[in-house]
Design a protein around this ligand. Structure first.
Ligand code: KG4
Ligand code: ZN
Length: 340
């Protein structure tokens, strides 16, 4: 693409992780994340605390990213940042910092859509990872998002399905809360699900039209189920925890796979890429692997550190936009509800 080394600094601060990464020509040189532990005791992200923590973390995180990449800030060609979607107070910290740095260094500023970044993370150059060919379907599943996107080119994306209420990660986390598990509960449910019987308990799947999702009904169904069982047996949760976790996970994966199958049928596209924190789930990974043999799909899961919120995915979008000369103006504003 270019004979010159292009260095991009990327900043991500849309939710509760302050992250910075340095990329050179599509390859990651450093990928630093300061996760905010403070939210654990509240059982969810507290926006006010998140923006304060970003303000505290941002300079040390950027400094570490530059040091680990072995470059000086004067070598940077552009600064990329997450413009949205996300929590406004959190986005403002990264946006303001990126603007000031780009202005001070007199280099281009590049705005990045967080949801596009989750998808384009598949194009970070990594030896052992294959990049999906266009067109492909991307399913972004995390604590903040649940979408199925048709991707015809890097910046030609169409959302063909999304949640009408909770995100799938919230379904894991809120169910976990009902079971007395810590936050976030997704990884713990995944671990316990491996030891339980997925068909021990049956939860009704929501009926939602087309390719859209709904997870709030499932949470209520689980709540009523647990209340009923605990009334009959106060030790119900303790004695059946692995089976309950396995059954919840089985139901959630069933919901995701049903919609993916529908999306493949509707579009005729059978290259499927996933991203977002929930793509770490061993059950969804297994279901996708099985779909390769069963339905002839080709599936793509990015390297683990590029699935959860990170700045490496912001860097690849920054790099692709840099090559196109697609820069932001210094008057650009953070946008909490930015669409793909
Ligand atoms: O992408 P992410 O780090 O942050 C955003 O929400 O954007 O995703 C975090 C979500 C949480 O809801 C967490 O419970 C879920 O991903 N998660 C998992 C697993 N690992 C993380 N859910 C199910 N199984 C997992 N192994
Ligand atoms: Zn995200």
């Amino acid at each position: 693409m270019t004979s010159q080394n292009i260095y991009i600094l990327a900043i991500e601060s849309s939710c509760d992780d302050t992250a910075a990464a340095v990329m050179c020509n599509g390859k990651i040189l450093s990928n630093i994340i300061a996760s905010q532990k403070i939210h654990e005791e509240y059982g969810g992200v507290v926006p006010e605390l998140a923006s304060r923590a970003h303000q505290q973390n941002i300079v040390p995180v950027v400094d570490q990213a530059l040091k680990q990449a072995g470059i000086d800030k004067t070598q940077l060609h552009a600064v990329a940042f997450t413009r949205g979607p996300g929590l406004m107070g959190s986005l403002l910290v990264g946006t303001s910092f990126a603007k000031s740095l780009a202005y001070g260094l007199n280099i281009p500023l590049i705005d990045v859509n967080h949801m596009q970044a989750h998808i384009l993370a598949h194009f970070i150059e990594e030896d052992a990872f294959e990049q999906p060919p266009f067109p492909f379907l991307a399913m972004t599943i995390s604590g903040g998002h649940t979408q199925i996107v048709r991707v015809d080119d890097y910046f030609d994306m169409t959302v063909i399905g999304e949640t009408i209420d909770d995100a799938v990660g919230e379904a894991f986390d809120k169910s976990g809360k009902l079971l007395g598990l810590g936050y976030p509960a997704g990884p713990e449910i995944d671990k316990r699900a491996k030891l339980g019987n997925p068909k021990a308990f049956k939860f009704t799947k929501p009926k939602v039209d087309g390719l859209n999702f709904s997870f709030s009904g499932l949470k209520t169904a689980i709540l009523y189920f647990i209340q009923k069982e605990v009334k009959a047996n106060p030790q119900f949760i303790e004695t059946h925890l692995n089976d309950i976790c396995a059954s919840i996970q089985y139901t959630i994966i069933g919901i995701l796979m049903d919609k993916l199958k529908k999306a493949v049928k509707q579009t005729g596209i059978n290259h499927i890429a996933i991203g977002g924190g929930v793509s770490a789930n061993s059950g969804i990974r297994e279901a996708l692997k099985n779909a390769e043999g069963k339905f002839g799909w080709t599936t793509y899961v990015p390297k683990f550190e590029y699935t959860t919120d990170n700045a490496a995915m912001i860097a690849i979008v920054g790099y692709l936009k840099y090559l196109e000369g697609n820069y932001a103006d210094q008057s650009v504003m953070a946008s909490a509800r930015l669409k793909i």
